[in-house]
Design a protein around this ligand. Structure first.
Ligand SMILES: [Zn+2]
Length: 230
């Protein structure tokens, strides 16, 4: 009995971490690798990092339409609403975001419209920055996500982007928040936005990828929790 228990225990301590699917976005893979590297010496820090990769439940996304002309605000608001709705439908209860008015205190994600993204090519229509802040101690860990989504207002010939184009760009940037990388396929939300004919929906393949990325993170969290939590 004792002899068989020893290898089992050794297996638990030394078992390899859950691999992150290789198609995940490079910064996402990096952050995951950092979390896994922290597991041995600072497991609470690793837990906080991994939990943030899932984005905390009920994270508010607050769009700011101040720089959008009055006559387009309702269209752009509908586009943002539908972009969130696409991911909401795809992920169901696991969709961690909700739309919030700007007045609701500090949102996890802000979304703003700009004339162009400084330092980027004129073709780049969106950008997302996600900062993750973690605090931990011997028996606690907490984390906070602060994301900024930027969408360029202008599309073809300096005309304002259409509702569908905005929908594509917002859903694309959210895809990055869930760990997806860019691709060249025009029939994917992670492909470039085709001005005049945006894809503006999710491909089942992309939804499956996000689900498997999230499930890998969850497996790693529960593996680590078994070790850390009493
Ligand atoms: Zn992208």
């Amino acid at each position: 009995m004792l002899i068989s228990a020893i290898p089992a225990m050794a297996l638990l301590i030394g078992s390899p971490s859950e691999p992150m699917p290789p198609y995940a976005d490079a910064p996402f893979l990096d952050y995951y690798a950092q979390a896994v590297a922290a597991e041995r010496s600072e497991p609470r820090k690793a837990l906080a990092m991994l939990e943030l990769m899932l984005i905390p439940q009920d994270s508010a996304v607050a769009p700011d339409y101040a720089d959008v002309p009055d006559h387009l605000r309702a269209n752009y608001a509908a586009a943002v609403d539908r972009a969130l709705g696409l991911w909401g439908e795809a992920l169901g209860d696991d969709f961690p975001m909700h739309l919030a008015p700007k007045s609701w205190g500090k949102p996890a994600f802000t979304l703003k419209f700009v004339s162009r993204i400084s330092g980027a090519s004129i073709d780049q229509k969106g950008e997302i920055f996600v900062r993750r802040k973690v605090s931990w101690g011997r028996d606690f860990h907490v984390g906070e996500v602060m994301g900024t989504l930027t969408v360029v207002k202008f599309g073809i010939r300096n005309e304002f982007m259409s509702e569908k184009e905005v929908q594509h760009v917002v859903a694309h940037e959210l895809g990055h928040a869930f760990g997806l990388a860019d691709c060249d396929d025009l029939n994917r939300i992670m492909g470039p936005v085709v001005l005049g004919n945006p894809f503006a929906r999710l491909h089942s393949d992309e939804v499956a990828k996000v689900k498997s990325i999230r499930s890998a993170i969850r497996s790693e969290i529960s593996r680590l929790k078994k070790r850390v939590l009493p």
